[in-house]
Design a protein around this ligand. Sequence first.
Ligand SMILES: [Zn+2]
Length: 421
Amino acid sequence: MEQKALWIVGAEAVDPEKGLRFPADLYVGEGKILGIFSGGLRSAASEIGPEAERLDGQGLILSPGLVDAHVHLRDPGQTHQETIETGTRAAIAGGVTSLLCMANTTPVLDNPSVLRQVIERARREGSCRTYPVAAVTERLEGRRLAPLELLAEAGAVAFSDDGKAVGDLVLMKEALQRAKALGKRIISHCEDSTQPARSRSAEWKMVERDLDLALQTGGLLHLAHLSLRESVRLVRQAKREGAPVSAEVCPHHLVLTQEDEGRYGTLAKMYPPLRSPEDREALREALSDGTVDVIASDHAPHAAQEKISSFLDAPNGIIGLETLFSLSFSALVESNVLSLPELLGKLSFHPARIFGLPAGRLEVGGPADLVLWNLRVRRKVEKFFSKSSNSPFLGWELPGAVDTVGVGGRIVFRGGRFLGH
Ligand SMILES: [Zn+2]
């Protein structure tokens, strides 16, 4: 179908790369941003001919679509929890136009043919751009490395055994070296199984080991879902020493603390667990001083009956795509830790830069993956597009709503609804 050109007029644009916000009209065509006009040139947009569609952005914020670096789509294998179709729709509803999906599916994304199938299916069934992360080790067993070179060739954007750490130091070192030669990053789930389960040392000891390995090898390391002040302190130090490391936190660790386990039960069970108010403060600080680069959801769907069990037996994780922006906005912008452009940097420009994705920038010639945000409203979290609803934030009133989402210049979501093609 022929796609009409599009003018988005009257919005306030945010450029998360330059950290700017400014009134602008955008001209979009052929799936790309073709023009960004601010100031005096805006009048040109008022004479839009019939060849272009006009989208009114008055009172709205216009930004690049978010890039979520940590999503479990559960497909193939656990499709009662989520599918490529439902997970990517949840993404769009949350303003996420690109996501990285993790390898712990059934089968595991540890061979090129499974990986290619996911890429192919995401193209057909998915609503947003989907970039699979392949396994570091075969079947995530931590015994033998997966064929990293073939996986990269098949389209893996990074490697991770997320859900587990790569416990074997020699394997992790070789993985960092081989991934580096491919220009790819290893995403580490830092959990040392020789330490007491869910303890502080289980996280920071693995952070320490991986940072050492990154310094030794020059390998590109991304530390997923950090939750402790010790962890961010170690990252800050390693970055000073020149380690090629990037770090991520999740909104739930910025909003909740371990006390919330009493209130939300198994809906507050995740790995790493919720921590103390001092840790939460340290994470916010680490975002503000640049120690932490990325905010990602760690979207982890589980069916209702799976979370109805004792805290000990319940699976880890909560869904997060649809609350990623609002929770982060409330924890960071409303409490003056980050400016709005800085926040959008952590949610789009930086993850795109770190994983080498064509996203997260507001630039002429770049893909027109765009979101219009309404930041004047508060929205009650009531229902999800995700197939699962394991979220402690149900019933919360959160700031900001997704008004409109475009992917490749095509408006796919508007006013809470998906548009047909
Ligand atoms: Zn993890």
